[in-house]
Every structure is written in structure tokens, then in C-alpha cells.
Design a protein around this ligand. Structure first.
Ligand SMILES: Nc1nc2c(ncn2[C@@H]2O[C@H](COP(=O)(O)OP(=O)(O)OP(=O)(O)O)[C@@H](O)[C@H]2O)c(=O)[nH]1
Length: 405
């Protein structure tokens, strides 16, 4: 009997590594597959849905919490709904947030009785930003806090080494050496703009449960023992010399990562749902210094002011502002603008260049931006952004310029 299981890929990778770029590459690829995308976004305002290309495929968002924490809830519900459809999907892609630990997401496909008969975890694809990955692998976390970047590399069965245009050969070699020190067996595929041959990443059943179990013997025990306390143990196989946590003298950590969850209650689906207990029991601890600031407002922006403010901000604070992105309403134009910041690198784009659609007549225009990073100063970011609003004279100037253009 033919295997009717639907393949699932989990796409992971640190903030700004190129996960959405990969999704867009897959969606526009010539594979003839009907693909469903499940997106989980970190931050107070949803941006990614607007940045993913319009295609025939269906996109489901999970923006009310962290996928590695709400994995037993939202994700299972969405997957179950997808499986009930008459007209089923050939492949499901799950894009995790840049701060997700892929292990509990992967566990879902082995421990949930209903899902494990209908779905197959095809692959954990980790997108790596060749330019910035070392910063994150080397980020020394306080005791008991997970380094998501190490987890993402450790659990990958395929690593897409992206943004190789931004590094020299020597830098690339060093990054590869460090990746191999964490994960010896994963295939590393070098790419730019996440352009990889889809036949190398989809439908190969490359996820290797044996390998994961040898790294993390508790992997399949989650449901019986840990379903209520989110207690994950992750053993990492890596060279001590290359691991920031080992180098810090924490020789225990790679034998047993215990993560206790501390997070903002407003952002956590479980807290919002009234599960007051879970917060105290989580052992999967994200770094509480890392937060997001979302800003949403009406009004038109002065592009010059914004460019200057953002460039200065990222130049000065880009080491700690890991990721910034936004959808912008710019004075004097119907084109919709977006920006992407990854540390100090800043890029603008607009519907004028074919990115998304312009604002439609009668459509309510808005600005929606998010900053994610360590020790963010919320007030400073809000004030800074507000100072970029266009005043009456600059709106007139912009209108005159666009009329003359
Ligand atoms: N120079 C360069 N930039 C790239 C490459 N791939 C992606 N980018 C840019 O990197 C930025 C982040 O890419 P995304 O695909 O949005 O990254 P992401 O992993 O989805 O980001 P989050 O969802 O915020 O974690 C965008 O500005 C991309 O255009 C690449 O190969 N080279």
C-alpha cells in the first residue's frame, strides 16, 4: 500500500538568517507540490505574513506565542485541521521563530498519536547566516538558559549556509568548522538568498531519529514525563573548545540542558489561556534579556528622517538589536515600503521594485515595525520612530516631487 503520510519540514534558524527568503524560494519553485506553510513569528506585531509572496499556497499564522512552548496546542490544532481537509496538502512547511528550540517542535511528530500516523517529519532545515552566526554561537547565556542558535544547529539534518556573499572564503571555512563541531553529520549546503536545489532539501526523509536519540535520549519521553512541565533535556555532541558555554567553564551544560521558561505573560498563549501553573514549571528557559518591541501607528513617514534614524540606531546598537523589520507608509507615495535590519545591515525595498503590492485605493495605511534584541530600550525606540513622521511641509515636498517625477 502506498505511503499516504504527508511530509513535514521544520525550517529553523536564528533571527534574520533567511527563513522567509527560503519559504519564498520554495513557494515559487517548480515542484508541482501543494504546500501549506505554518508560520510562527516572534514579536508583538505580525510582519512576516505581509513579507511572504502571494502564491497559491496557504499560509497559517501562529502569532500568539512561541511554537516551542505552545507546541502541544496551536500547532497540533492547525495540523489536525489541515489533515481533515478533503483536498490535502502534499507537503507542510513549519517556519519557527528565530528564537525557537526545534526539539519540542520535532517531538510533536513522534509523540502525538494521531499526527504520527498521518505525518512524517521529513527534515529539520536550519538556515544559518554566515555573517552573524558566530556572534550567536558565542553568546554566553546565563546559567540554565538555552542558546537557541546552538540548538538549531545541533538538531538540523540539513544546514543551509546562507549569505555566503557576505563572508570571505576564510570566514566561511571557520563558520563551517564551528558548525561541524556542533553537528558532525548534517549536510551543509552553501547558498545565497536561500537559493538551493529543492530536490536536495525536500522529500528525502533526511530526519534521522536514531541520531537525535543518540544526542538526546529523552527525546521521545516528553509526552509521558514532561508534557506538563515542558521539561526538555538536550545533550549536545560538540567539541568543548568550540562551545561558548564550555569555554565559560560550564562543563555540565552539554550533558543536560534544563530550560526554565520565564517570559512576558502578555506574550504567552498559555498564560493568556489561564494556565497559571505552566510558567512556574517550564524548564525551557529563553533569555529574558531578549525581547521585542512592536510599534504600530498611522501617519506618513519622512523617508529621509527614517533612513537617518535607523542607520544611526543600527550603527550604534546593532550588536544588540538582532533583528528589525517593518512595513512602512511613506509620505508622498502609494508604494508600500518595507525594511529589513539584521544587526547593522539595513535594507529597504518597496512595491515599486516589485516587492508586494502598493497601497490600494481606500485601504487604511499603517506603519508596523518590530525590533528584537537584547536589553532594548522601548521608550527610546518609540520616541525615535515617532520623530520620523513627516510634517506638513515635508508631505507637500514629497507630493510635489512625486508629481514631478
Ligand atoms: N546579503 C544577503 N542577504 C540575504 C541573503 N538571504 C537573505 N538575505 C536578507 O536577510 C534579511 C532577512 O531575511 P529573512 O528571510 O527575512 O530572514 P528570517 O530568517 O525569515 O528572519 P526572521 O523571521 O525575522 O527570523 C532580508 O533583508 C533578506 O533580504 C543572502 O544570501 N545574502
Amino acid at each position: 500500500m502506498a505511503d499516504k503520510k504527508v511530509n513535514v519540514s521544520v525550517i529553523t534558524g536564528f533571527l534574520g538568517a533567511g527563513k522567509t527568503t527560503l519559504i519564498n524560494h520554495i513557494l515559487t519553485g517548480d515542484h508541482g507540490l501543494k504546500i501549506a506553510i505554518i508560520e510562527n513569528e516572534y514579536g508583538q506585531v505580525g510582519i512576516d505574513d505581509a513579507l511572504v509572496l502571494d502564491t497559491r499556497e496557504e499560509i497559517f499564522e501562529m502569532n500568539n506565542g512561541c511554537i516551542c512552548c505552545t507546541v502541544r496546542g496551536d500547532l497540533i490544532r492547525i495540523l489536525t485541521k489541515l489533515l481533515k481537509r478533503k483536498n490535502r496538502f502534499d507537503h507542510i512547511m513549519i517556519e519557527t521563530t528565530g528564537l525557537a528550540d526545534p526539539a519540542p517542535v520535532a517531538q510533536t511528530f513522534f509523540v502525538d498519536e494521531d499526527l504520527k500516523h498521518s505525518l512524517r517529519l521529513d527534515s529539520i532545515l536550519t538556515v544559518v547566516d554566515a555573517k552573524h552566526i558566530l556572534l550567536h554561537l558565542d553568546d554566553v547565556k546565563p546559567d540554565g538558559i538555552v542558546n537557541e542558535s546552538i540548538q538549531q544547529v545541533a538538531f538540523a539534518d540539513k544546514i543551509l549556509l546562507n549569505k555566503i556573499d557576505l563572508v570571505s572564503e576564510a570566514e566561511k571555512k571557520e563558520v563551517i568548522r564551528r558548525i561541524k563541531a556542533i553537528n558532525r553529520t548534517s549536510e551543509i549546503i552553501e547558498c545565497e538568498q536561500a537559493k538551493v536545489d529543492l530536490q536536495k532539501i525536500m522529500g528525502l526523509c533526511s530526519f534521522d531519529l536514531e541520531k537525535i536519540l543518540s544526542m538526546d535520549p529523552e527525546f521521545l519521553k516528553v509526552e509521558e514525563e514532561h508534557s506538563h512541565d515542558h521539561h526538555h533535556h538536550h545533550d549536545h555532541a560538540h567539541d568543548h573548545a568550540d562551545c561558548a558555554e564550555c569555554a565559560e567553564g560550564d562543563h555540565e551544560h552539554h550533558h543536560k540542558h534544563e530550560h526554565a521558561h520565564e517570559h512576558e505573560h502578555d506574550d504567552c498563549a498559555q498564560c493568556v489561556a489561564g494556565d497559571k501553573e505552566h510558567d512556574h514549571k517550564h524548564k525551557h528557559q529563553h533569555d529574558t534579556r531578549v525581547t521585542s518591541v512592536g510599534i504600530e501607528c498611522d501617519g506618513a513617514l519622512d523617508m529621509h528622517k527614517l533612513n537617518e534614524w535607523l542607520s544611526t540606531l543600527l550603527n550604534e546598537k546593532g550588536a544588540d538589536i538582532y533583528r528589525s523589520k517593518g512595513i512602512l507608509n511613506v509620505a508622498g507615495t502609494d508604494h508600500k515600503y518595507v525594511f529589513h535590519g539584521v544587526h547593522m545591515m539595513l535594507q529597504f525595498g518597496s512595491s515599486e521594485e516589485g516587492l508586494g503590492k502598493p497601497w490600494q485605493p481606500g485601504q487604511k495605511r499603517f506603519n508596523r515595525v518590530v525590533f528584537i534584541g537584547k536589553d532594548l530600550n522601548q521608550q527610546e525606540l518609540r520616541d525615535g520612530f515617532s520623530s520620523c513622521m513627516a510634517d506638513a511641509s515635508s508631505i507637500e515636498e514629497a507630493a510635489a516631487a512625486s508629481a514631478g517625477a
